[in-house]
Design a protein around this ligand. Structure first.
Ligand code: AMP
Ligand code: FE
Ligand code: FE
Ligand code: ZN
Length: 287
């Protein structure tokens, strides 16, 4: 039984529509899939309406947050939130604030690319997004690929968009402790996404994870494509010490990344622990 708890649709920076995502998850033989678009619940209704028989759907999101890094500074972290009440005011307004800030950042990045002669137009790209969708750097990368400036999204990131790149601007983010509290208050469960994915930039220390656990964090994503074996072992040990739920997920983004649905998987007893802790929404589909 494959359980994939971290995937993206066209409601953020994936390339499958929410209906396409659940269809692909069924074709990949998954028993359970979570839709976790960045800072939005805009894909939930379509994914739920298109849910194929035999597949269960967990409605979630991946919140852009900032955290103490454990070295006296701050760093960016992603917080997976599952099964929270989608009408909870604090969460709804945090998502809306993040999206508004991301649109502003998107315009600034697009503007400086256009000023250098790159074929990027913010209005066209933002106008093509589905309602409530979250814009991100992959939309700029895809536009560069469509225009023939780069041959792949990865190449576009490497040349223009990664965190050390010429056009990079950070996005502003919700403090992670606040995010954990608001998701919890909305009956949801939180899992720190890819906590030690160093390739993406600076990450938190183990002692920060201990602090987050003390503040109500439920779990950590251990089996993730950006974690090597040594990192997984270290994180699994830490999760054991702290009594955290351990998850495994692909972080599927359709054709924007080379990972496939079900490439990593969560143990059924860990999913059960998540379901037991949640009170904001139900897992959809039959057992
Ligand atoms: P943003 O949220 O706008 O800062 O963009 C970050 C997103 O870009 C991540 O969620 C990934 O989906 C994607 N991403 C980051 N680095 C790369 C990369 N090197 N190649 C392809 N996609 C990437
Ligand atoms: Fe993404
Ligand atoms: Fe992430
Ligand atoms: Zn993700």
């Amino acid at each position: 039984m494959r359980i994939d708890l971290h995937t993206h649709s066209t409601a953020s920076d994936g390339t499958d529509t929410p209906a396409g995502l659940v269809a692909a998850a069924a074709r990949a033989g998954l028993a359970v899939v979570a839709i976790t678009d960045h800072d939005t619940t805009a894909g939930w209704a379509e994914a739920a309406a298109a849910l194929p028989p035999g597949l269960r759907l967990i409605r979630g999101a991946e919140l852009s947050c900032m955290s103490p890094d454990g070295r006296g500074g701050q760093c960016s972290v992603h917080l997976l939130a599952y099964l929270y009440d989608p009408d909870a005011d604090a969460v709804v307004s945090a998502h809306a604030r993040s999206r508004a800030e991301r649109r502003e950042r998107f315009r600034r990045i697009a503007g400086s690319m256009a000023a250098d002669g790159l074929p990027i137009d913010a209005d066209t790209l933002l106008g093509a997004l589905p309602p409530g969708a979250t814009p991100g750097r992959p939309h700029l990368a895809m536009a560069l690929v469509r225009a023939g400036v780069a041959s792949t999204v990865d190449e576009a990131f490497a040349r223009f968009l990664n965190d050390r790149g010429r056009y990079y601007l950070p996005s502003s983010r919700t403090p992670v402790l606040e995010a954990i509290g608001m998701v919890r208050a909305a009956g949801g469960v939180t899992v720190l996404a890819h906590p030690f994915a160093h390739r993406r930039g600076p990450t938190v220390t183990g002692s920060v994870i201990a602090e987050l656990a003390a503040a109500g964090l439920d779990g950590v994503e251990v089996d993730h494509p950006d974690h090597d074996d040594e990192t997984r072992a270290k994180l699994r040990g830490l999760a054991g010490e702290l009594g955290l739920v351990v998850t495994g997920s692909s972080d599927y983004h359709g054709t924007n990344k080379t990972v496939y649905l079900g490439q990593e998987s969560t143990a059924p007893e860990m999913l059960e622990a998540i379901a037991d802790r949640a009170s904001g929404a139900e897992i959809l589909g039959c057992v």
